[in-house]
Design a protein around this ligand. Structure first.
Ligand SMILES: O=C(O)[C@H](O)COP(=O)(O)O
Length: 248
């Protein structure tokens, strides 16, 4: 049996302030670090070990991965970072408070921006200092591939080449992989793995730092998926994520 564990990063400073984050490189809060440590302990106590780990270019995911590997005493395993695992780019919404945005534009519009499959928020202007073309970490990415905003569909379109060519084939070499990324980049991966239809993906909300396990048979067909942890608490936390777009 082969396994991939997907993990959303722990609480970030902008999660705490309820701001749209996207590609903004904000840090973990103390609570976020504690969540990451708890995720590592849970994986350790359930006997998980990993051959290789993947994460994004954003420090909230990288630091969460570090905390988990530390708890597993597996800081030595190969780790590969890719911009393709970054969060959905939230365009001009980045930095705005989600509740205030709901008060201004309506909860329904905010839900469309957050959870629709094919609607993207307004893009960052070309000369906006937040445009990824000005960020040295993306210097090796062709400009045409760097987003100024993204729908979930576009997020999935940039993740899948990496998923198909790099992450998933490494299951042939390693029995277990750990992928630490973001709420929407992982929703995209989960949509792909489970074949969730476009019009059903809006209902999926991922809480921070809850390990989500995918098991595959020897032919690498998905046989089972489940969260680690208390189902009632996970349900409550997923609902709280959904409510982040409510007006106050
Ligand atoms: O980028 C963000 O704001 C978060 O990572 C995910 O936000 P969402 O749950 O509002 O899509």
């Amino acid at each position: 049996m082969k396994r991939i564990v997907l993990l959303r990063h722990g609480q970030s400073t902008w999660n705490k302030e309820n701001r749209f984050t996207g590609w903004t490189d904000v840090d973990l809060t103390q609570e976020g670090v504690a969540e990451a440590v708890r995720a590592g302990e849970l994986l350790r106590d359930e006997g998980f070990t990993f051959g290789k780990a993947y994460t994004s270019y954003l420090k909230r995911a990288v630091k969460t991965l570090d905390c988990v590997l530390d708890k597993l005493d597996e800081a030595w395993i190969p780790v590969e970072k890719s911009w393709r695992l970054n969060e959905k780019h939230y365009g001009m919404l980045q930095g705005l408070n989600k509740s205030e945005t709901a008060e201004k534009y309506g909860e329904e519009q905010v839900h469309v921006w957050r959870r629709s499959y094919d609607v993207a928020p307004d893009p960052l202007p070309e000369d906006d200092p937040r445009n990824p073309r000005f960020d040295v970490r993306y210097a090796c990415v062709p400009d045409a591939e760097l987003p100024r905003t993204e729908s979930l569909e576009q997020t999935i379109a940039r993740i899948l080449p990496y998923w198909h060519c790099v992450v998933f084939p490494s299951l042939m070499r390693y029995d277990s992989l750990l992928v630490v990324a973001h709420g929407n980049s992982l929703r995209g991966v989960i949509k792909h793995l489970k074949g969730i239809p476009d019009d059903r993906i809006a209902a999926l909300n991922l809480p921070t730092a809850v390990p989500y396990v995918f098991e595959f048979d020897d032919a690498l067909r998905l046989v089972r998926d489940y969260y680690l942890g208390d189902p009632e608490e996970i349900r409550r936390r997923a609902e709280a994520v959904a409510r982040q777009g409510s007006a106050r």
